[in-house]
Write a new protein. Structure first.
Length: 297
C-alpha cells in the first residue's frame, strides 16, 4: 500500500487516498481542523469524505490541502484559511480584515431578536459590524425591520456588503463611518447593538491563538478595554427613540462596569445576560427622554 509522502521541500508525492491524507494531517493538526480543510479543498461535506475514504486525491487537491495544513500549523485560523464561518444559522465570508464571528456573540443576536417583534418595522443600528454577521442575521430574521450597519474599516465594509448581497439581505444599509460620525443626528433607532473592541491593549491573550491573526483595531482599546464601550453608552441616547434600547457585548469581567456606565448615563431596565459558559457577556438597558416615565415602555 502506498503511503503519503509530502513536506514543504518535496513537491512530488505518492498517490494518496482520502483516509491516508487525513492520517498524515492529524499528526500535525487537530482532526476537526484537518477535516474542515480537506472538505474545503474538495468542496464536499463530511459524509462524502466518509463514503469516499479510499478514493485517490488529485495532485492539485493534495498540494492545496498540504499548503493549508502548514498554514494551520503556524496558527492561521481555520476561518481565514477557508474564508468561511458559520454564525447563528447563516454562513459568512471572512478575511483577515474582519473579526471571526464567535458563538458567544450569538447571545447578542438572540437578545436583539427578542426585543424586535416580527410584526413591527423597527430601525436597528449595528456599530462595528465587521463581516456583517450580527446585522445581517438580525435583518434576515426580522425582514420588516431596517438595519443600518456601521464600520470604520473600508475593507470590512466590502466584506459586509458582499455577505449582505450573497445572503439576499435587502433590508440593510451598510455605511463606512467612525461610530456615529456619518449618521444623521436625531432620535431614530429603536435598538442599537454592538460588539465593540473590549480587550485591554496589554492583555496577553492578544498574543495567543486566533487573536494573533485578527485585526487589532477591532479587538482591543485603551481604558482597560472600556474606551469604546464608554463612548457608545455616552453617545447612544442621542440616536435612540424614547424607550429605545442599547445592547453591548463585553468582556468576561466587564458586566458590572457596563451596568454602572449605563446607569450613570440615565439608562433604566439595566440587565446582563450570561452566555453558554455562564459568563455575563451582554449588557443593556432602555433610555427615556426626561419628560417620560421609565415605566412607559
Amino acid at each position: 500500500m502506498n503511503q503519503c509522502r509530502h513536506d514543504r521541500t518535496t513537491p512530488d508525492f505518492l498517490p494518496c487516498t482520502v483516509s491516508q491524507v487525513l492520517d498524515w494531517s492529524v499528526q500535525k493538526i487537530e482532526h476537526v481542523d484537518a477535516r474542515a480543510l480537506l472538505q474545503h479543498v474538495m468542496q464536499v461535506n463530511h459524509a462524502y469524505l466518509l463514503a469516499h475514504a479510499d478514493d485517490l486525491l488529485s495532485s492539485d487537491h493534495f498540494r492545496r490541502f498540504s499548503k493549508l495544513v502548514w498554514e494551520r500549523i503556524k496558527g492561521v485560523p481555520i476561518a481565514y484559511l477557508t474564508g468561511l464561518r458559520e454564525f447563528y444559522d447563516l454562513t459568512f465570508k471572512v478575511t483577515p480584515a474582519v473579526l471571526i464571528p464567535r458563538p458567544e456573540t450569538e447571545l447578542l443576536v438572540e437578545q436583539a431578536l427578542a426585543k424586535i417583534p416580527e410584526s413591527r418595522a423597527m430601525k436597528i443600528l449595528d456599530l462595528g459590524t465587521g463581516s456583517g454577521a450580527i446585522a445581517i442575521t438580525i435583518a434576515k430574521h426580522r425582514p420588516r425591520s431596517h438595519v443600518t450597519a456601521i464600520d470604520l474599516s473600508i475593507d470590512a465594509i466590502a466584506i459586509a456588503k458582499w455577505n449582505a448581497q450573497n445572503l439576499a439581505t435587502g433590508n440593510i444599509r451598510i455605511v463606512q463611518s467612525n461610530w456615529f460620525e456619518k449618521l444623521v443626528a436625531g432620535k431614530s433607532f429603536d435598538l442599537i447593538v454592538s460588539n465593540p473592541p473590549y480587550v485591554a491593549q496589554n492583555d496577553p491573550h492578544l498574543q495567543q491563538g486566533d487573536l494573533r491573526f485578527e485585526p487589532d483595531v477591532a479587538l482591543s482599546t485603551h481604558d482597560n478595554g472600556l474606551a469604546c464601550i464608554r463612548y457608545i453608552i455616552a453617545t447612544a441616547p442621542a440616536y435612540l427613540v424614547d424607550g429605545g434600547q442599547l445592547l453591548l457585548e463585553h468582556g468576561y469581567d466587564q458586566s458590572v462596569q457596563c451596568r454602572d456606565l449605563l446607569e450613570a448615563q440615565g439608562f433604566c431596565n439595566i440587565h446582563s445576560q450570561t452566555d453558554l459558559a455562564g459568563i455575563e457577556r451582554v449588557s443593556g438597558g432602555s433610555y427615556y427622554a426626561e419628560n417620560l416615565q421609565p415605566g412607559m415602555q
